[in-house]
Design a protein around this ligand. Structure first.
Ligand SMILES: [Mg+2]
Length: 224
């Protein structure tokens, strides 16, 4: 953490489809499991939790670890991430990643940046083997533990909010709606179904296509 005379501002960012262009779940579903939506439908019908749906799919992956890591490398993580993070921090912003996905692939992409100070990551634990697939486990020790999605992004945002600094949020999916509504509208970045859900509610947000647009916006308008 970089020391500063000012309280640090914090950007809470979803990972899949927000920091990356492609959602790991979508990539796995389409390329490895043939688009079988039966487990997802069980989630949509309320029979199983969001966590159980993802975990149910991920344990079906049967690939060499190298092949799965290649798939992760192709998710479209920002090429200039290290530079953008450094510029955000110079502008008094820290980054916190909050994901209902799995830390196994998030950490791979973040670790590949070889950062001296990697961002905080709140996500579900996981281990991979070609024999048993990606085994995702509920993060029961996390202060932000939620039994149905693993990590509560609402809890993450609430824990970071305070009177003397800004908290921004960026996301792209339905599980991002509640945390997005907690932050000031001018610090709410949305794409995909989150953008549609906010628009339906006549809630203001800043649209984005690529995550890199968010640091540029915050640095330009909210540096202190
Ligand atoms: Mg997402």
């Amino acid at each position: 953490m970089i020391s500063s005379d000012f309280p640090r501002n914090i950007l809470v960012s979803d990972f899949d489809g927000t920091l990356t262009q492609v959602d790991f779940f979508q990539a796995v579903l389409e390329r490895l499991l043939g688009g079988d939506l039966s487990i997802w439908h069980s989630y949509c019908q309320g029979k199983i939790t969001h966590f159980e749906a993802l975990a149910g799919y991920y344990q079906q992956i049967r690939l060499s670890e190298i092949s799965l890591k290649d798939l992760v490398a192709g998710l479209g993580f920002p090429t200039q991430f290290s530079l953008l993070l450094g510029q955000l921090r110079l502008a008094n912003w820290d980054l916190v990643i909050a994901s209902a996905g799995c830390e196994w692939y998030i950490r791979q992409l973040v670790d590949a940046q070889k950062l001296e100070n990697p961002p905080m990551i709140h996500a579900n634990n996981g281990t991979y083997s070609a024999e048993f697939g990606l085994i995702m486990e509920l993060p029961r020790d996390s202060p932000h533990f939620d039994p149905s999605i693993g990590i509560s992004k609402v809890s993450v945002v609430k824990s970071l909010q305070g009177p003397n600094h800004w908290v921004a949020f960026a996301g792209d999916g339905p599980t991002d709606l509640a945390p997005a509504l907690l932050v000031e509208p001018h610090l709410r970045f949305a794409k995909g179904s989150l953008a549609r859900l906010l628009a339906e509610r006549a809630e203001y947000f800043i649209p984005f296509d690529h995550w890199a647009e968010i640091p540029f916006h915050l640095i330009r308008y909210y540096s202190k």
